[in-house]
Each structure stands twice: as structure tokens, then as C-alpha cells.
Design a protein around this ligand. Structure first.
Ligand SMILES: Cc1ncc(COP(=O)(O)O)c(C=O)c1O
Length: 454
């Protein structure tokens, strides 16, 4: 049996406490896969506490002296945000629901950053009233609304401006965010960013603290991060030159990619931190600016590798000469990424005594009524895979549970945190009754409750 190698060891897509035997996942966090399934059923999202906290600490160390803000959108669960806060990370929230979760987790409001390209007035009010540390303004309407609310509440709200630096990072279009044709932010090349600075400085309810950008997600090209940093420092210099103001903060967003398949490239965290710091320092020297305080907002690279999902195979179907399908009891409901943008994952049989043995290409099908609901296409799985077998899917901690739906009325599965031989529920599994409870039948009067049948 081998424990999955941790950071610095041989590449692994499994969390650091995962134990594999003959290619099969037998335990994680000191808990046997079979026991997890016996207790919580499948599908089941499992989070390895050691991997999750280890990654939070690694970020904190790599950016010591600067600030690390966990991007809650990757996995917005109260327990996870509590861990982030306990490890000294701030939390970036993308709207009112995530803000409420961060407050529920008792993240200090001053360490909360609110994002969003169309924040509503109630969301902004909740954020300003809570005293969030920063609001990242995304457009002129956003600036006007935030200013009006702050003045009405008698405060000066610290803000950053989200800038679109025109950097095309090599990633999927759906998760690239900083090219010119993006819905987010003020464009640098069109001059909008400069106008946004001018406008912000003229609004008395706002305290402009710095600039923000986010080049995209699942990015492993350090040059893209460095180029964006360089361009933003150029804008900081422009602000200084035109307004005599030296803005103290530069938030370079998140986006660092992770390994989903054994051969995927992964950038060591210290290299990423060095690349950002060097790019900023170099550009500051060029512009004769003091180095601003750096902020990063990692989501995927904290939560992603800490997660795995367990499934039960329900049906194996062979189409001779075409392909073998293994249908599992989940799919695009609890993990829409493969169907949404072709994301690829690693799979392994799970459970003791289930060594992989001879394998063949197998397509892991979800149970949702969509031909495209395929979790993995032609992945190597045992030739004798059969109904009732368990499958584990690696690196599902980010953007799976957080993007889940109840499509086809399949309730969303639980999330459990494992560590030191213990498993505890962070998110309860949903029931069909809970899904149904939001429906209001036509024969039910909303005000009077259910109408008796005649
Ligand atoms: C503004 C912002 N910050 C941080 C992130 C987190 O990115 P990732 O999970 O790739 O690190 C995102 C993701 O879309 C984002 O939009």
C-alpha cells in the first residue's frame, strides 16, 4: 500500500492522506473508503483536512508579509471558511450568499472582500453594513451604488477597482476572465480603467485603496500572471502621476492551476509567489514606485486537490467496437465541470481488495438525462468493473459542490471532512423532500396554505 505522495513528492492527483493499493483508493484521512460509503452513501464529496489546511498554510507561508484571501466560490462551505479564517486567510466572496456564509463562519468582516460584476443594492448594503474590508468595484454603476450606500450609512468604504489587463491566459474560454472581451472589470486598453480611477477619487463615500485583476482560472503560465502584474503597476504609476496618489494595494486575483491528470503540469507555489513578487518589484523599479502590498485570491489551488468524490457503479454497458460505459449514481448534478467545459479527471476503483488489475478504456457516465453527462471519457478502469463497485474521482474539491444543481431532481450529496481517522459532515446531504419543499402546487393558495380537496 502506498500513501499518495504529498507536495514535493512524485506527482499525485490524490489528497496527501489518500492510501492506494494496487491502483485502488482504500482510505483517506485515516478512514476506509468502504466505511465512508457505509456511513454516508454515494455520491459523496470527501475533503481531506490535511490537504486542505496544508494548502492554506503553504499559501500563507509563500506570501508571508502579503495577504492571502481564499476565493470562497471554489468551495463555499461554512466549515471550510472557518478553517480558512483559523489559518489566517481572508475570504473573497462573490455575492450575498457567499457573504452570508463568510459571516456565518465568523470570518472577521475586515478580512472579507466582496466581488461581483453586478452586485445588487441589498448585497452592497449588507457588505457595507457588515464592514467588509474591501469591495472590488467592477463597473461605473457599481461605483455609484457603493458610494451612495456608504454615504447614506455615514462611512467611507475601502474599494479596489477590478481592471481588465488584456492578458489572454491559456485556459478554457469559460474561465478566462482578463482578456478584453470579458464581462468583468474596467478595460485598461480603452482608457476605461483611468476614467474609473478618476471617478472613484471624486466620490466621497469611497476610499480607493488599490487595483485588482484576475487573469483566469486553471492557469499554469506564470508569464500571464507576470504580464498582468506589470500592466497594473503601470496603472498605479499613472494614478500617482496624474493624481499624486500612491495606492498601497495590488490584488492579483487567483487562478493557479492544479493537476487533474497525472501528466498535468503544476506550478510549485513558491515559484508562483516569486514570479508575482519579482514582476511587481521590477515594474515598481521601472516606475519608481514603492512596492504595494500584494494580495492573492486562490480558490481552486486550495480546495481542489483536497477533494475526491465517491460513486457506486450502477450499470455497465458494452457497445461492442465502440465503447464501454460505467454509469454511476451521480454526474453533472454534483459536478457540472465535465459537461460544462470538458474538464477531465482521474478515476480509480475504491475499497479494500479492489486492486485495479487489468484495465480498459471506460466512459464514466452520469445518471442525468443528458447525453453529455459523462464524468470521464475512456478512462482506464478494471475490465471486470461491475455494478456495485465503488469509484473514486480525484481533485473534485473546487467548483464541483459549489456549482452543483438538482437537475432531474437528484438531491445534492453531503460533504464530509476526513482526518486522523475521523469523518464529520460539513454539508448534510439534501433529500428529495427538501428539493420538493420549494414547489408551490397550483392548487395551493400561497396565503392560506394547502386547500382541502373537494
Ligand atoms: C476575482 C476572482 N478571484 C479569485 C478567483 C479564484 O480563482 P481560482 O479558483 O482559479 O484560484 C476567481 C475565480 O474565478 C475570481 O473570479
Amino acid at each position: 500500500m502506498t500513501a499518495a505522495p504529498g507536495p514535493g513528492g512524485a506527482p499525485s492527483v490524490w489528497p496527501r492522506t489518500a492510501v492506494l493499493d494496487g491502483g485502488a483508493l482504500v482510505e483517506v484521512g485515516g478512514v476506509a473508503a468502504g466505511d465512508l460509503v457505509a456511513r454516508f452513501g454515494t455520491p459523496l464529496h470527501v475533503l481531506d483536512r490535511a490537504e486542505l489546511v496544508g494548502r492554506m498554510r503553504a499559501y500563507r507561508d509563500a506570501f508571508a508579509g502579503d495577504e492571502v484571501v481564499y476565493a470562497a466560490k471554489a468551495l463555499c462551505v461554512t466549515g471550510v471558511l472557518q478553517l480558512a479564517a483559523a489559518e489566517g486567510l481572508g475570504v473573497d466572496v462573490a455575492g450575498g450568499g457567499e457573504l452570508a456564509t463568510a459571516l456565518h463562519a465568523r470570518v472577521p468582516p475586515a478580512r472579507i472582500w466582496l466581488h461581483g460584476n453586478d452586485k445588487s443594492v441589498p448585497e452592497l448594503r449588507a457588505a457595507v453594513e457588515a464592514g467588509v474590508g474591501r469591495i472590488v468595484a467592477d463597473g461605473f454603476d457599481d461605483l455609484a451604488r457603493t458610494d451612495a450606500l456608504a454615504r447614506a450609512l455615514g462611512v467611507r468604504q475601502p474599494v479596489l477597482l477590478r481592471i481588465t489587463p488584456g492578458v489572454e491566459a491559456a485556459t478554457h474560454r469559460a474561465i478566462a476572465t482578463a482578456g478584453e472581451d470579458a464581462k468583468f472589470g474596467f478595460s485598461l486598453s480603452t482608457g476605461e480603467a483611468r476614467r474609473a480611477v478618476d471617478r472613484t477619487l471624486a466620490l466621497p463615500g469611497l476610499d480607493l485603496r488599490g487595483l485588482h485583476c484576475h487573469v483566469g482560472s486553471q492557469v499554469v503560465d506564470l508569464d500571464a500572471f507576470a504580464l498582468a502584474a506589470e500592466r497594473l503597476v503601470g496603472l498605479l504609476a499613472d494614478v500617482r502621476d496624474r493624481h499624486g496618489r500612491t495606492l498601497p494595494e495590488l490584488n492579483l486575483g487567483g487562478g493557479l492551476g492544479i493537476r487533474y491528470l497525472a501528466g498535468d503540469p503544476e506550478v510549485p507555489l513558491p515559484d508562483y509567489a516569486t514570479a508575482l513578487r519579482e514582476a511587481v518589484a521590477k515594474a515598481c523599479t521601472v516606475h519608481d514606485l514603492p512596492v504595494p502590498r500584494l494580495v492573492v485570491e486562490p480558490g481552486r489551488s486550495i480546495a481542489g486537490p483536497a477533494g475526491l468524490t465517491l460513486y457506486t457503479v450502477g450499470t455497465v454497458k458494452e457497445v461492442p467496437g465502440v465503447r464501454t460505459f460505467a454509469a454511476v449514481d451521480g454526474g453533472m448534478g454534483e459536478n457540472p465541470r465535465p459537461a460544462l467545459y470538458g474538464a477531465r479527471y482521474t478515476f480509480a476503483p475504491a475499497g479494500r481488495g479492489r486492486a485495479a488489475g487489468a484495465v480498459r478504456p471506460t466512459t464514466v457516465a452520469g445518471r442525468h438525462c443528458e447525453s453529455g453527462d459523462l464524468l470521464g471519457i475512456d478512462v482506464p478502469l478494471p475490465v471486470d468493473l461491475a455494478a456495485g463497485d465503488l469509484l473514486a474521482m480525484a481533485a473534485t474539491g473546487a467548483y464541483a459542490q459549489s456549482m452543483a444543481s438538482t437537475y432531474n431532481r437528484f438531491p445534492r450529496p453531503p460533504v464530509v471532512l476526513v482526518g486522523d481517522g475521523d469523518a464529520r459532515v460539513l454539508v448534510r446531504g439534501e433529500t428529495v423532500a427538501e428539493v420538493l419543499s420549494r414547489d408551490v402546487p397550483l392548487d395551493q393558495d400561497a396565503a392560506d396554505g394547502p386547500r382541502p380537496r373537494a
